[in-house]
Design a protein around this ligand. Structure first.
Ligand code: FAD
Length: 394
């Protein structure tokens, strides 16, 4: 069997892989960059709340009047376990994407820059062959097996990624660091079209939170994440069904999705010889919020920059790619270690603490209510948080 060749093979056509391909093809038009995506289309099916912050998103695409934006968000509402609300931000908070249109735009840009995107193609294994990777591919349509040799592989294959493991990287996730999520798209008159709602509580979503992310005037992604170890034997779908029954009893449910979110710091190793891991595959999700879209794109961009330099020098060893890991940790990875500690500390408090915190925070005038002041209030209520929060601010 003749084996095809490329310079860079990107496994996974999500935000991480598409940005890596777009940036690399733009920076070095002479390189052959191939993206394989096992699904029939990029961007579908959507397994995501689709919420992103404005500034992070704008680093990659202009959201003004973009058809891939479902909704602009101007307010954040935290809901305490007992249902009392704390309004935090007013202004340019972020957006709810339409990922089924967003990722196709990234794919079109990557293609226009010279990358090739192949859908319905799955990477099924790989081995080192000299200084290259020999990657086995399977076409979903006809189960046809082919192979491709790549000087560098980008593992952007998401939360269930296998590329890192194939390259010998320890990608295991502890059960306590994996949230199970479920989400419905809900049509309901009570949806606030301008606000995202984050609802905490052991009776709402143990170990995680429930979210209401509006996609239109009367439609929202309503979902939640739970930590399996604290979920009392109930699945995320069961917790979500209970949430919908009490908060959207007349809501019309139009679609359902389930998925996992890794709420742990970045993997200790994100590179190997001829290999870089990006996005969820490298555990680059914010462990406090569970958000990973913009992080994945930032990692994809860093990967492209590092790969371009490594190929310029003709050195694709792990040592040549190591600056990627260092730069990621400086950019966000070190913050994630602190966020993880804050998350662990907060997990020790019960619903009464959060109900009390809502009362304290609501005494702060709304326009002065920042996340920093909320943390400060939490400290006053519980000085035991000091060591963790001090680290967070340092
Ligand atoms: P993905 O988007 O998962 O892309 C990986 C791609 O690789 C997939 O398309 C997959 O089909 C493909 N693939 C996998 N294996 C192979 C293979 N062997 N061969 C070929 N292709 C392969 N983040 C936010 O920022 N905001 C949110 O509101 C939010 N809500 C979420 C809600 C839920 C229910 C879940 C589960 C996650 C949510 N996230 C959210 C997290 C977010 O979805 C991810 O962090 C983000 O998609 C990561 O991008 P990625 O490119 O790393 O991986």
């Amino acid at each position: 069997m003749s084996v095809e060749r490329c310079d860079v093979l990107v496994v996974g056509g999500g935000p991480a892989g598409l940005i890596a391909a777009r940036e690399l093809a733009t920076a070095r038009p002479s390189l052959t960059v191939v993206v394989v995506e096992r699904d029939a289309e990029v961007g579908a099916p959507v397994r995501c709340g689709e919420g992103v912050g404005s500034s992070g998103l704008s680093e990659f695409l202009d959201p003004t009047h973009a058809p891939w934006i479902s909704r602009r968000i101007t307010r954040v509402v935290f809901r305490a376990p007992n249902g009392s609300e704390v309004r935090v931000a007013e202004g340019d908070v972020g957006y709810i994407l339409d990922r089924s249109r967003f990722e196709p735009v990234l794919a079109a840009q990557a293609t226009a820059a010279g990358a090739e995107i192949r859908t319905r193609v799955e990477a099924v294994g790989m081995r080192r062959d000299g200084n290259d990777w020999h990657v086995s591919l399977r076409a979903a349509a006809d189960d046809d097996r082919t192979a491709i040799r790549a000087r560098i592989v980008v593992g952007a294959d998401g939360v269930e990624g296998r590329v890192g493991r194939w390259a010998g990287i320890d990608t295991r996730v502890r059960a306590r660091d994996m949230e199970s999520c479920a989400q419905y798209v809900v049509e309901d008159d009570t949806v606030d079209p301008d606000a995202i709602v984050l609802h905490f509580g052991d009776r709402v979503a143990p170990g995680g939170y429930a979210w209401v992310f509006p996609k239109g005037e009367r439609v929202a992604n309503v979902g939640l994440g739970v930590l399996g170890l604290r979920a009392e034997g109930q699945s995320a779908v069961q917790w979500l069904d209970a949430y919908i029954a009490s908060h959207f009893p007349r809501g019309r449910l139009t679609s359902r999705t389930v998925g996992g979110v890794i709420v742990a710091p970045t993997l200790r190793a994100t590179v190997a010889d001829g290999l870089i891991l990006c996005g969820d595959a490298a555990h680059m999700i914010n462990p406090l919020s569970g958000g990973g879209i913009v992080n994945a794109m930032k990692a994809g961009r860093l990967a492209a920059q590092t790969i371009a330099q490594a190929l310029d020098r003709g050195d694709t060893s792990a040592a040549a790619l190591a600056p990627y890991h260092t730069r990621w940790m400086r950019l966000l990875g070190d913050d994630h270690v602190r966020f993880y500690e804050v998350k662990e500390a907060l997990a020790r408090f019960d619903d009464t603490f959060f109900d009390g915190l809502a009362v304290t925070v609501n005494r702060i005038p709304e326009r002065r209510r920042t996340l920093g002041r909320i943390f400060a209030s939490a400290l006053v209520r519980h000085p035991g948080l000091l060591p963790v929060i001090a680290k967070y601010f340092v």
